[in-house]
Design a protein around this ligand. Structure first.
Ligand code: FAD
Length: 353
């Protein structure tokens, strides 16, 4: 189904937290804009996370610009449903013009304007902000024998609840927060092997996800001052949430080295040892979902579009927002994306003046 062509000064692609933060500042700047989002419901990736997932940081450290996240009754660390509800209310509060479900299939450029092709209408804009996140691009490493394994394989993106694996033998792969949290979640109902390529590194129990945000802030300041920031934490460290702590302290969450390959029955390690299992869960991360940028024909370096802040070096009408530190420090977090979005909109306001 196609409608009449639409014209806006700015089109934002993606209505998750990054797209909404951009919308907040675009509204304040008085620019004419639309947000196109392929999900049926508000909430971006948060509406798809697993049932037991909790934020790393308390509500007051997880807010978008303008509107603090309310507390969740009885839960200092809110769950994903609470965040999705907050994002829904945020859209309403600022009357953000989100159109959904609208899937952008590609963006083209000419010297005069940008053309945003979708599965419905075509949109014309003077600038486009990509805020498509990474949830729709799960990454699984090319481990030999993956196709031989006769059990079930799924990625973090497909995990919903531990009860689905009751009584199973499950291998969880990945040294990050998703791997630790899912492995901890499963310890109550399944026999697990948590497998990591490098030894997992836990943040001290006394700190939570706020430490990662503070670390990112220090890195920005140090970078601006021409210094190298050295600290005890790194952005990939595991936040010892209460369930992760409990599983680790009870000895059920012990990391094993990465296996060499998969056989029909399960992992095989370099020394020949094996562990037959029912399921392998790949908690091996995501990649930025930038498929819609392809028709732009922008030059790439090491697979990435070169940017300054969030602005594409080759075309100042194109911005990439919320994909992680390379598009702004802590820009993939609720609290961090606001700062980056403000910078994006400041630049667009100057460009479109
Ligand atoms: P998304 O939330 O993925 O939103 C992108 C939107 O763009 C989606 O609605 C999608 O439908 C839409 N879209 C994509 N492609 C198109 C297209 N072609 N056309 C139209 N629309 C499109 N962050 C925190 O701050 N605190 C935490 O505690 C925390 N915990 C996390 C735990 C896990 C397990 C994970 C995976 C992430 C966590 N994060 C946390 C990070 C945070 O959830 C994500 O970084 C965040 O959701 C990214 O927001 P986004 O708006 O960039 O992308």
């Amino acid at each position: 189904m196609t409608g009449p062509d639409q014209h806006r000064q700015v089109v934002v692609i993606g209505g998750g937290q990054a797209g909404l933060a951009a919308g907040y500042y675009l509204r304040r700047a008085g620019l004419d804009f639309a947000i196109l989002d392929s999900n049926r419901a508000p909430g971006g990736a948060w509406q798809h996370y697993w049932d037991s997932l909790r934020l790393f940081s308390p509500a007051e450290y997880s807010s978008l610009p303008g509107r603090p996240m309310p507390h969740q009754a009885g839960a200092p660390y809110p769950d994903a449903r609470h965040v999705a509800a907050y994002l829904t209310a945020y859209e309403d509060r600022y009357q953000l013009p989100v159109h959904r479900p609208v899937r952008v299939t590609g963006v083209e450029r000419s010297p005069e304007h940008l053309t945003v092709r979708t599965d419905s209408a075509t949109w014309h804009a003077q600038a486009v902000v990509f805020a498509t996140g990474s949830w729709q691009r799960p990454f699984v490493p090319a481990v030999p024998g993956r196709e031989l394994f006769t059990g079930r394989q799924l990625h973090t993106a497909g995990y919903r609840r531990a009860a689905d694996f009751t009584g199973q033998r499950v291998v969880v792969v990945g040294a990050g927060n998703s791997g630790a949290q899912i492995a901890a979640d499963l310890t109550a109902v399944a026999d697990i092997r948590w497998v990591t390529r490098r030894p997992p590194h836990f943040l001290p129990d006394s700190v939570d996800g706020r430490a990662l945000f503070e670390l990112a802030t220090h890195q920005v300041r140090a970078h601006a001052a021409g210094e190298t920031h050295t600290g005890v934490a790194s952005l990939g460290d595991i936040v010892a949430t209460a369930p992760v702590r409990a599983a680790r302290d009870s000895g059920l969450l012990t990391a094993h080295p990465m296996f060499d390959r998969l056989s029909a029955d399960g992992p095989v390690w370099a020394d020949g040892s094996t562990w037959d299992c029912d399921t392998v869960i790949w908690c091996t991360g995501f990649r930025p979902d930038l498929a819609a940028t392809r028709p732009l024909g922008l030059h790439r370096t090491n697979g990435r579009i070169p940017i300054d802040g969030t602005r594409a070096l080759e075309d100042p009408r194109i911005h990439l927002l919320g994909y992680g530190d390379w598009t702004g420090p802590a820009s993939a977090t609720l609290i961090g994306v606001g700062r980056t979005a403000r910078g994006t909109v400041d630049q667009l306001r100057t460009l479109l003046a």
